[in-house]
Design a protein. Sequence first.
Length: 529
Amino acid sequence: MMKPVLVFGMVLAATFAVADDVPPPASKLSRAVAESGNRQPAIPRPDQETLAQEKLAAHLAETGQRPNIVIFVVDDMGYGDPGAFGGGGMIGAATPEMDALAAEGLKLTSTYSQYTCTPTRAAIYTGRLPARTGLIRPILAGDTLKVNPWEGELTSAGLLSDAGYHTMLVGKWHIGEGEGMRPHDVGFDEFFGFYKAQKEYTQAYDGRRFPDLVHDEDKLGRYQSIGSINDLIFGLADGTTETVETITSPEMMAEGDRKLRDYTVKRIAELAGGEQPFFISHSFMKVHADNFPSEEYVGASASKFPYRDNMVEVDAYIGDVVEALESAGVLENTFIFVTSDNGPQMDSWPDSGYTPFRGAKGTTWEGGVRVPGIAYWKGMIAPGRESDGLFDLMDLFDTALALGGVDAEALPADRYWDGIDQTSFLLADDGESKREHVYNWLGAQLAAMRMREYKAHLLVSLAQEKFLYIDMAAVVPTGLAPWLFNLYIDPMEEYPVGHRMNAWTASLGAELKAHAATFAKFPPKDLGL
Ligand code: CA
């Protein structure tokens, strides 16, 4: 907004358009600085920015091509599942491939997702909080929407495609299956995968878990009449949408991830010889319940439980894709990120992952939103690095754009952007995070915020029985003060320190208010749900 500015008594019709919109810092304790009124404030790190830009420029000069980007999203994998994050062989499911990427890359111990599948995936691809876009849950058959939440949204895939990338989603989508909401409708040039979570494909065919449905003709007929798509789909941006196969048994679903692996490996070999760099989101169906290992992996883990067998399987497939990049001669030109879309789903225990933290999927406790994060780029990210700097998976949006040479400044100014370009954090040898805040939303409600090692809760999920964080939990507003935890001395979020740390309580309160104010200025979409 333009506003006359008074300087030494003279009215200037100044062009301080951006500066005028920049909000003042919400509290003195925050290191973050706002660059504009519609972007998440970030911690300035000019020295590492310079180093990272020099590194990227040298790489571009040498290869003549922007880097490929491969993001692995494992479904519902717990923070503590990979060996590099405390699990692995210790819990009966060794993960040598992920551990090697962590050891030879950057291990991020404070990586944050949203609290469930759909919001996280939407945030990764849009760089915006799901509460803004309305992509807070999958759009289901029978939902009456005022607007398609994808309408007007930009995705990293679409922006990179416009910038010359071949963009591909292999695997799980879970952000809508109607026309206009499918991956190949919203920016992916190519889609090979599934619209839903693994369990939704096998319910009608799994008589051992769901006998009341499978063995009752009337109920089964009614269930199937909902018409949800049970297929492995191939799609292209030109609208081509084909059924590869229809899943009609747990045994077929068990082979789903093997087929996704085969597809990505095959396409990497083909794409590596082409002119375009590629952006691949390889999104596993596993290890979301209900887990059925591929035939080759039955009993492959020391534990022999299906979840753990599937961890071994997923880990091996990550290794196969990395191997495919290496054989194709493009590993040194590929940025790789490994993560999970939320914490373990403890409600399905023992078909569940492992987290050392309080809570689980479906909550904004650390157990629900703190996930493994591994950034790997041979020759570009120094091996053996580890950082507890904050990284929100939304930052992958901005970071992918930066790596792909898309100018984030040119993004529309009519909306709020929540991600932060973390290229310098990841690439500079001693890079530090630019993120000061992580906001934890429960659907359309702001529930908590982390700033440095402090986390303040406004709403908490209280499980009524151990592990039942979705099926039997109450969401309760906190009282007179937010519940404030110091995650360094209390990673389990058990002992609030509000009254011993008054300065931080006040500061985090002010920061939360400032975040909420961005929603007043840029109102979220009304989907009519
Ligand atoms: Ca998930």
